[in-house]
Every structure is written in C-alpha cells, then in structure tokens.
Write a protein that binds this ligand. Structure first.
Ligand code: G3P
Ligand code: MG
Length: 251
C-alpha cells in the first residue's frame, strides 16, 4: 500500500461500520454463501469471514480447524482435499432449511461479495503451521479476485506471520491486526506490518485505549458486538466499525 493510501485510511474509515460476523451467523450458517445473502437482505453492506487452506491448498471458508462442528464431515480441514470439502453439507447443522448448503471456496465467496456489492473483511485463519502459506495464498488470490473492483477487501489475522506474508505478497491490500485484549506492543506490531487497523474483542476495551489507537492514526474495530446499546457506546468512544452476529442491528 502506498504512503498516501495508508494516510487516507488513517484519516477516516472508508468501509461499512456494521460488518456481519462469519458472513452473518445469527440468521444462517456461518461462513456460507447463504449467510452472505442473508446479511445483504438484512441491509448489511460488509461481511467478515474466515479463510483456511485445504490439503491441496485451496482457500475455503471455515472457522474451526476441524470439520466436525459446522459440516457433516469430520477431521482436519488442512488434511482434507477440496474435492471432498466441496461435497460437504455446511448448513444442516444450523437448521433443516439450510440442508445442502455447501462449504464455499474463497473464490466463490469473493464472487458473491462482488455480485451483491458487499465489502469484505477477509480473516486469514491459518491452520497451525500454515501461517505464512495461508497469508501468501489468500493475499495473492485477493489481489486477483478484486482486481477490477472499486473497493478492495481488508485482510485481517490473529497471526502476525500470516499478515507479514500477506504484506510481502500483496502490499497494496489493506491489513488489520486481530487481537483479544490490546497488547502492550500494539504500536510496534501495527507499524511493522503496515496495518491500517486494529480489531479487538470489545469486552477488553477501555475508552482511553480507543483514544490512544485513534491518536496514533489507526482504525479501531470491535468484535463480536451483538447488543445495540453496547454498539452505541463503542461508537460514542470513537470505534470505527463493529463486527456483529446481529445482521439486523441498527444502533
Ligand atoms: O474478525 C473478528 C472475529 O471473527 C474474530 O474471531 O474467532 O470469530 O474468527 P473469530
Ligand atoms: Mg473471524
């Protein structure tokens, strides 16, 4: 990302302020195309979702390292090939109405975002040991998939190795650092990775920290905020955007 573009992000938050968590996980199964459609139908303009690599290095949407909770398969995502993943049911666990909903590839999810006009916060969610490879592949595919789009996605991760690899592969794509509580070395880490944003768990956040992060010129996001009253308070503190399961939230 060029210096001027970084400054632009720091001056103001150019993306939606309400972002559907895992695609929109209160009304449809998380990390599916159905969730994104539901988010759009409920008026959301942005979605967050988790991207992990299959055994044959195809990026797919899933949160857990194992398939058991959110699909009818089992075992590790990173040890299962895409052809097998593509045949799984990722909807029935959530409700009979979603039976047959597939586990999407990242490419399919990106195309749907572009079709629906949804902005994307792509969380790079590497399986253990695949941090750099996941960062590289997701960044390179993101640059390709959004090459003609008016607004590029924001790549975020808890893994600093994944973010470093993403920065090396597609430096022009904006990056955000995910944390639970804000660590004492946040300034150094954000600077080292040329991030534009810090994404923290809202329960650990205090108003003074918001001021410090904003004064340093970074965007601040909170997850996973499902109470409108809390959302209003956080926006009042100066938080830029919220990641929520409540796709209908209008604080
Ligand atoms: O990106 C915010 C949030 O999704 C991080 O937590 O575990 O839901 O991916 P998790
Ligand atoms: Mg996530």
């Amino acid at each position: 990302m060029s210096h001027s573009s970084l400054e632009q992000h720091r001056a103001h938050w150019p993306y939606p302020r309400i972002i559907a968590h895992r695609g929109g996980s209160s009304v449809a199964p998380e990390n599916t195309l159905a969730a994104m459609r539901a988010a759009k139908q409920n008026g959301c303009r942005g979605v967050e979702f988790d991207v992990m690599l299959s055994a044959d290095r195809v990026p797919v949407l899933i949160h857990d390292e194992t398939l058991d909770r959110t699909t009818d398969g089992n075992g590790n995502v990173a040890e299962t090939r895409w052809q097998q993943l593509a045949a799984l049911d990722a909807g029935r666990w959530f409700g009979a109405a979603f039976a047959g909903e597939p586990l999407p590839s990242y490419a399919d999810a990106a195309r749907l975002c572009l079709d629906l006009g949804l902005w994307a916060n792509v969380e790079i969610k590497p399986a253990a040991g695949l941090e750099r490879e996941t960062g590289r592949i997701v960044a390179s595919m993101s640059a390709q998939l959004w090459r003609t789009a008016p607004v590029a996605p924001l790549l975020s991760s808890f893994s600093t190795d994944a973010l470093e690899a993403a920065a090396g592969t597609a430096p022009e794509l904006a990056r955000g650092l995910l944390v639970e509580a804000i660590p004492s070395n946040w300034r150094e880490t954000l600077a080292r990775l040329s991030c534009v944003s810090l994404h923290c768990e809202f329960r650990h956040l205090g108003v003074q920290q918001v001021g410090a992060v904003k004064d340093a010129g970074y965007a601040l996001l909170c997850y996973t905020v499902n109470e409108p009253e809390k959302a209003r308070e956080l926006f009042g503190w100066g938080v830029d955007a919220l990641i929520t399961d409540r796709v209908d939230m209008n604080p």
